[in-house]
Design a protein around this ligand. Structure first.
Ligand code: HEC
Ligand code: HEC
Ligand code: HEC
Ligand code: HEC
Ligand code: HEC
Length: 291
């Protein structure tokens, strides 16, 4: 592939690495020296896991290498196939890629889905639209990023994976379909990809099958799930979310307070006058004015 971003570095060589052998694994381990967030004391992981017991995926940037190694393509896919590690705007260039070039990062190996007809049959979305991009479903934007927004989850899997649908919020389709009920999204997944999901487990997660996915996640989610919901409710300027967001400005995790504050700024169209670093009583008092 003659893609400017696909810089092929020579694999590092050392007798210590020889046992690891494969190119992708060797390169990914180099990046994993830093991009593996093991310094985080936060216990829950994606796929409903616990960092102490199961190797679930990271919820925040800097876990990319660990996540990629847990994911589907790990034996062949290396960080440098998509990122130029020496470019300062590497991530920005990836965000700007036009659809055909972004998909080519996947279809050079998975060529079954390279044609528009095959992609339509596979993804059930308009092959030219954003809903049909490989990244949209297989590397969903649901991790807390360097810029205080969301970045891509690097454990390559599918939105229909049972562990994601039944143990994680928000169900990944809601990252774009912000106003849909959980029951409707899950029914569509069942019909399109011939799956079946336990309704009881979904009710436990969202409270009800007709729940609004994002509001329910904002109210009931784990902290890393709430951050995603806050961000999307802000982007969607969902006024109905103001009370729940205002109530989260004293969230026990300061980083999650920031997501609530920025969402309120977005909904209001201007920064709200609240200092999330102040004492809880002060924040709670200031937040009353938002209700
Ligand atoms: C010695 C630690 C270290 C290693 C090894 C490392 N990184 Fe990083 N990387 C960082 C840090 C720290 C940042 C955040 C820097 C910043 O905010 O600009 C970062 C940021 C990045 C970014 C985001 C840059 C942007 O501007 O959006 C990418 C992409 C990235 N690294 C990829 C890689 C890849 C690919 C490898 C392996 C070839 C790698 N890194 C190896 C420490 C490391
Ligand atoms: C299949 C392509 C692909 C591969 C392989 C890949 N990434 Fe990424 N990565 C992306 C895309 C696309 C983004 C941009 C996310 C967005 O849209 O904002 C990204 C974003 C990042 C960021 C930025 C995080 C932030 O907060 O903005 C880092 C760091 C990163 N990747 C590191 C890695 C490392 C380390 C590896 C190898 C383990 C890797 N990536 C492998 C596609 C890839
Ligand atoms: C360098 C080759 C390569 C690239 C590039 C690549 N993959 Fe893969 N992928 C693999 C391999 C190898 C497997 C393991 C299964 C197999 O043999 O097909 C795999 C498996 C998968 C699976 C199967 C998951 C499962 O549970 O069965 C999915 C989904 C997937 N890849 C999506 C993607 C997406 C999306 C991209 C781009 C972001 C991508 N891949 C890029 C090599 C690659
Ligand atoms: C709208 C969501 C969506 C989009 C977009 C999408 N996929 Fe998938 N993909 C899925 C789902 C869901 C599954 C799991 C299907 C199943 O379990 O039967 C899957 C499975 C896969 C698999 C593993 C099973 C197989 O068929 O080999 C690969 C590889 C894959 N997708 C690659 C891609 C590539 C490459 C693209 C972009 C050209 C892409 N997908 C775009 C939803 C999507
Ligand atoms: C990256 C954003 C994105 C993701 C992720 C996404 N979609 Fe879509 N979806 C779209 C867009 C854009 C359209 C409209 C055009 C089209 O068909 O692609 C759409 C259309 C639809 C439609 C038909 C029109 C409607 O709104 O009723 C359904 C149903 C649907 N998507 C379900 C899903 C399901 C289920 C998933 C999760 C597996 C999903 N989508 C993931 C963006 C997305």
């Amino acid at each position: 592939m003659s893609d400017a971003f696909a810089v092929r570095l020579p694999a590092p060589r050392s007798p210590r690495l020889a046992a690891n052998g494969a190119r992708a694994e060797t390169l990914n381990r180099v990046c994993a020296r830093c991009h593996q967030v093991l310094f985080s004391g936060y216990d829950p992981t994606w796929e409903g896991g616990s960092r102490k017991r199961s190797p679930g995926g990271s919820h925040i940037n800097s876990g990319e290498a660990r996540d990629m190694m847990l994911g589907a393509c790990a034996s062949k896919l290396a960080c440098v196939d998509c990122h130029d590690p020496h470019a300062h705007d590497g991530t920005a260039s990836l965000q700007k890629l036009e659809p055909a070039r972004a998909d080519a990062l996947c279809t050079r190996c998975h060529d079954t889905y390279a044609s528009p007809d095959a992609l339509r049959a596979h993804a059930h979305h308009d092959p030219a639209g954003e809903g049909a991009r490989c990244f949209a479903c297989h590397m969903p934007r649901k991790n807390m990023g360097l810029d205080g927004g969301l970045t891509r989850y690097h454990r390559i899997g599918s939105p229909t994976d049972a562990a994601k649908v039944l143990l994680d919020r928000p169900v990944e389709c809601a990252l774009c379909h912000r106003d849909k009920e959980v029951g409707a999204l899950v029914r569509t997944m069942e019909a399109w990809w011939n799956k079946s999901y336990d309704r009881g487990a979904l009710e436990k997660l969202y409270g009800a099958l007709d729940a609004d996915v994002l509001l329910a996640t904002a109210e009931r989610g784990k902290p890393h799930e709430q951050a995603v919901a806050f961000q999307l409710l802000g982007e969607g300027r969902v006024k109905a979310a103001v009370p729940v967001l205002a109530g989260q400005l004293t969230h026990p995790y300061p980083i999650v307070r920031g997501y609530a504050k920025r969402a309120l700024d977005e909904i209001r169209g201007a920064p709200v006058a609240i200092d999330v670093d102040a004492a809880d009583e002060v924040i709670a008092e200031q937040a009353k004015r938002l209700q």
